[in-house]
Design a protein around this ligand. Structure first.
Ligand code: COA
Length: 306
């Protein structure tokens, strides 16, 4: 665990600044040698157990991540091997912080078209591996984590709709400017580090998430009052509050974990969902709106009847 007090010792920041601007108090950081696949494996096993599904029954494994263990094989392939689910389709989806929503959207389509009946969907990240720990504007924001769900085909869809979008025109506002095809030379490319123009990202995120709320409700002929829970991407409490306001939802109907997890990118929505379900907050039949926004920019939502 890394607290705001720990960060005060690393950079020129304060617990008060971090809490006021972001709502974050602490974040989890992987141990030395621990990887995204390690986190995925733990989350996947817990999801399979909760769903009562055996790994060998899976038709597909889709991992949303932007911090894979290797260039290839994909984290999904590494995870498949760990789970002993050999033979099923396995792939990663890279959509930065929207990675889980993208993976969920792909899995939903696999099931709807009849290709698959059981799909493991994971969102997992070890962002701490590419945080510049000398840069106060970014290092206070991020953490590591993973969550997972198992989708199974059913006559009554639990996932009512998913909506995925991107706009690459914003590529300079939030990125890691190092890549294999550019020669992978972090030392001459500004370091393997997340770079972000925070206040500009903030404005686009608030507007875009407001719009995707409208799009999601309209696609399902629903109104704001039909939504029981908002399970948002956990980047910043102020962004979360703006989306809750858009939905006219009181904050006790919004799942918040950002205070303890920080921004875990693709890990954040499934972690929040997992916590809300396991704590018994969410009742069967309730309507959940999941949303995320991230580097690309990418953004997405899912409307779910639990
Ligand atoms: N501690 C103390 N001061 C800090 C700081 C820190 N960790 N980080 C930045 N500051 C300072 C800045 O240097 C600036 O000082 P100045 O006014 O003297 O120039 C001041 O605080 C305000 O900075 P600014 O970036 O305008 O703050 P902000 O209110 O926009 O909050 C973020 C910064 C990053 C918390 C906010 O912009 C944000 O959350 N953006 C979106 C992040 C996000 O969602 N990213 C991921 C999408 S998935």
């Amino acid at each position: 665990m890394l607290t705001n007090a720990d960060l005060e010792r690393l950079v020129d920041t304060s617990d008060e600044w971090i809490q006021t601007r972001t709502g974050i108090r602490e974040r989890r950081i992987v141990a030395e040698g621990q990887t995204t696949c390690d986190l995925s494996e733990e989350a996947a096993k817990r999801a399979l157990e909760a769903a009562g599904v055996k790994a060998e029954e899976l038709d597909a494994i889709i991992v949303g991540t932007t911090t894979p263990d290797l260039v290839f094989p994909s984290t999904a392939c590494l995870l498949q091997d760990r789970l002993g689910a050999h033979g099923c389709c396995a792939m990663d989806v890279n959509a930065a912080c929207s990675g889980f929503l993208y993976a969920l959207g792909v899995a939903d389509k696999f099931i709807r078209c009849g290709d698959s009946s059981k799909v493991l969907v994971v969102g997992a990240e070890t962002l701490s591996r590419m945080v510049d720990w000398t840069e106060r504007t970014t290092c206070v924001l991020f953490g590591d984590g993973a969550g997972a769900v198992v989708l199974t085909a059913d006559d009554k869809p639990g996932i009512m709709s998913t909506h995925l979008h991107a706009n690459g025109a914003h590529k300079d506002l939030l990125n890691v400017e190092v890549g294999v095809s550019r020669g992978f030379k972090p030392e001459t490319q500004g370091g393997l580090a997340i770079r972000m123009k925070g206040s500009e990202v903030f404005k686009v995120a608030v507007n875009t998430l407001g719009n995707i709320v409208d799009e999601t409700l309209a696609a399902n002929n629903m109104t704001r009052s039909d939504v029981d829970w908002l399970i948002p991407h956990q980047a910043n409490l102020r962004i979360i509050k703006a989306t809750a306001k858009k939905l006219a939802l009181p904050m006790d109907r919004v799942v918040v974990t950002v205070d303890r997890h920080g921004n875990t990118s693709a890990g954040s929505v499934p972690l929040a969902l997992d916590e809300a379900v396991r704590s018994g907050k969410i009742a069967r039949g309730e309507v959940l709106l999941l949303e995320a926004f991230g580097g690309g920019f990418t953004w997405g939502s899912a409307l779910i009847r639990y």
